[in-house]
Ligand binder design. Sequence first.
Ligand code: ZN
Length: 136
Amino acid sequence: MKIYSEELSIKTEKKFQIVNITSHVERVVQESRVSEGFCLIFVPHATAALIVNECEPRIMSDYIKWITEVFRPGGGWRHDEIDDNAHAHIASSIIGTSRVLPVRGGALVRGTWQEVMLVELDGPRIRRVIIQVVGE
Ligand code: ZN
C-alpha cells in the first residue's frame, strides 16, 4: 500500500467564496501513481469546509445564499463576542472539513456534475488543503 500526500495553499479573496480545486486534486491523484484506492481531501481549518457537487456560477452563489441564510452571520451568536465568526465555525462543523473519493484505474472517481470545492466561510485568508492518496 502506498500513501502519497500533498498540501495546497489556496488564497481566498472574499468573506464567502467557493473555490474549485478539482484540477489540483486530480493532478495529485495522477502524481501518486495509485491505481486502486481512495483520495482523502481535508482542510485543517475551523472556519472553512469542503463540498463535492456542481460548480456552475448560479449554484455557487446559491451555496453562499444557503450558508448565509442557515448559519446567519451576525445572528447573535455568543462566539461573535470573541472574533465575530460563529457562523463560520457552525457551518464548517455541519458541512464538514473532509471528503473521501474513490480512485479507480489511476483516476479520481466522480460524477459528471461533481467537482471538489473549498468553501471559504470567513475570508479572505490563506487556506491549506491536505490531499492524501492511499492505495496500490
Ligand atoms: Zn472564531
